[in-house]
Design a protein around this ligand. Structure first.
Ligand code: ATP
Ligand code: MG
Length: 348
């Protein structure tokens, strides 16, 4: 506990559809866990949060539910989201006794409604922060990527997460134009589940689909032939069955969704003012978020939009590292925070 103020340190929060990351001032990233919660639906008791809960997915008895409190980047189950915040707030607090965090900066999609923004603030304040700043995700991502967002020039950042793809052009510390799409990494998993069902008459869970995507998926045709054996339930006999899936099959299964993402990127560039488009062709486009790790996705986007495309270092932590920069030095980023809505405070 900080005895001068009575508050704990400031904290940055990236509560994503797929992963939750927390950054504690002076410490760095202290939590990096899947946004999954296992609940006993008879008693309402929370049984596990994070990777332990994700492991239970598709394997639970009927009285246990594994839930994901965010849908398409937006909190859809506030009670559970607040429990996650409380859980990690307590876990990373400075000492055993819980004290409120002085400031919390939480990233949110750029197209949240006023009501949704208020609910996020409420959840953060309720969970134990004295002051809550909402930071638009593309701003946090661009800071995390180290882009010079204060310059009067276009910085284009594309965050392909689990639930949403956020495409934004930032200049002079603010978003000039942005688009949010409900197609990202998790939609590719759904595409794969559907493909395996139709092609092999085999039912598989989402985690098997995600394994296929990460192990052998690619956006462009691959030189090396990759394949993977998977097990699932035969839809005809109802018995376990093993099939071997090839990389080009996964590529075809996910092609439509990837095409929609690149089309949205093109649309945004087309809608942007001419000067900014010139900047983009000079400076290129930056990709972050876990979905951008799909093999060859950077080259695919580069080919489709005709601008150099760079994958940022450690794309999964980009947003929380951007929030980290803010919580480490609030005064330095005051101008960015001023562009955001005024922070809500407890007892305000
Ligand atoms: N190596 C990889 N190849 C392809 N996809 C990957 C890889 N690693 C992670 N992913 C995907 O990245 C997604 C999660 O990314 P991320 O953690 O950035 O999302 P999120 O921030 O939780 O979601 P959102 O920002 O949409 O709310 C998942 O769909 C996951 O399957
Ligand atoms: Mg995200």
């Amino acid at each position: 506990m900080n005895f001068l103020t009575g508050f704990s340190k400031s904290i940055g929060i990236d509560l994503g559809t797929a992963n939750s990351l927390f950054y504690l001032k002076g410490k760095g990233i202290v939590v990096n866990e899947p946004t999954f919660v296992a609940i006993n639906n008879r008693t309402g008791q929370i049984l596990a949060i994070g990777s332990e809960a994700k492991k239970m997915m598709d394997r639970t008895p009927s009285h246990i539910n594994v839930v994901r409190p965010l849908t398409y980047g937006v909190i859809s189950d506030f009670e559970t989201a607040e429990e996650i915040l409380k859980h990690y707030f307590r876990k990373v607090n400075d000492n055993g006794i819980f004290s409120r965090y002085k400031l919390a900066a939480i990233s949110v999609p750029s197209d949240l409604t006023e009501v949704e923004r208020k609910s996020v603030e409420d959840a953060v304040l309720e969970a134990g922060a004295a002051k809550a700043y909402l930071i638009e995700e593309p701003i946090a991502a661009a800071l995390g990527a180290g882009l010079p967002i204060d310059e009067a020039a276009a910085n284009m950042i594309i965050d392909i997460g689990g639930g949403t793809t956020e495409i934004a052009i930032i200049s002079i510390g603010g978003i000039v134009i942005s688009k949010s799409l409900k197609i990202a990494g998790d939609k590719l998993n759904e595409d794969i589940v559907k493909f395996v069902r139709e092609e092999f008459k085999l039912a598989i869970g989402e985690s098997t689909a995600e394994n296929l995507k990460i192990s052998i998926g690619s956006a462009l045709p691959n030189d090396e032939k990759l394949e993977m054996a998977i097990r699932g339930k035969d839809l005809v006999s109802g018995l376990p069955k093993e099939v071997v899936v090839k990389n080009n099959q996964i590529r075809l299964a996910t092609a439509k969704s990837l095409h929609i993402i690149t089309q949205a990127i093109r649309d945004l560039v087309e809608e942007a003012p001419a000067e900014l488009v010139g900047d983009i062709s000079r400076r290129g486009v930056y990709l972050c978020g876990g979905g951008s790790l799909l093999r060859g996705l950077d080259k695919y986007i580069e080919k489709e939009i005709g601008s150099e495309t760079f994958l940022v270092d450690d794309p999964l932590t980009c947003v929380v590292r951007g929030l980290g920069k803010i919580v480490e030095d609030f005064p330095k980023y005051a101008h960015i925070l001023a562009n955001q809505e005024k922070p809500r405070q407890i007892n305000a």
